[in-house]
Design a protein. Structure first.
Length: 187
């Protein structure tokens, strides 16, 4: 099995988990999508838990890199905060999918421990980035940055969930605008 097969499995698992969550990961379906035998997936991922943890880890690592890229593109922290909702909007744009880790968080009680840890890492990465940028933008004081970051993260994930349930990306945009009008996000 090549590393390209592993990458193809991870990409297919990501798309599936964004549409159906952890419970939707099925080795037979993934193998069919990738064009390999189901047993071949076990070469890279001995169990569904291993695959779930790997795809969630890759997802938060990619998200962390994307967030750092936003910071690298502009030195204005307010502008970075304005761009943050776009990270979640991209999932909706891709076939009305959800943020993978938000979807898995909804299944939290049924997740293997290794997957739970990766889902928590996604939230931690987002909250830490938001907290850092909120402090840099002097939107809130240092002691208020983490609670505000958690509120922003939860609100945006919730907006995505509501928009997905209606298959209406304009609803997501309207909710983000309302967060700006209410002062949760910078206008």
């Amino acid at each position: 099995m090549s590393s390209s097969s592993k990458e193809a499995i991870l990409a297919a698992a990501r798309r599936t988990a964004q549409a159906h969550g952890y419970s939707g990961l099925n080795f037979r379906d993934l193998a069919e999508e990738v064009g390999i035998k189901a047993a071949s997936i076990y070469y890279h991922f001995p169990s569904k838990a291993d695959l779930g943890a790997a795809v969630a880890r890759r997802y938060w690592e990619d998200t962390a890199a994307g967030l750092e890229s936003i910071l690298a593109e502009t030195s204005d922290p307010i502008r970075c905060l304005r761009r943050y909702p776009d990270v979640f909007r991209k999932s909706l744009e891709a076939g009305n999918r959800m943020c993978l880790c938000s979807f898995m968080a909804a299944e939290y009680d049924d997740l293997p421990e290794a997957v739970k840890q990766e889902v928590q890492a996604f939230a931690d990465v987002n909250v830490a980035w938001l907290s850092r940028v909120l402090s840099a933008a002097v939107v809130v004081g240092a002691e208020e940055s983490e609670p505000r970051a958690r509120a922003i993260f939860a609100a945006i994930a919730g907006a995505q969930l509501i928009a997905r349930s209606r298959s209406d990306i304009s609803l997501y945009d309207a909710l983000i605008d309302s967060y700006r009008a209410a002062g949760l996000l910078p206008a």
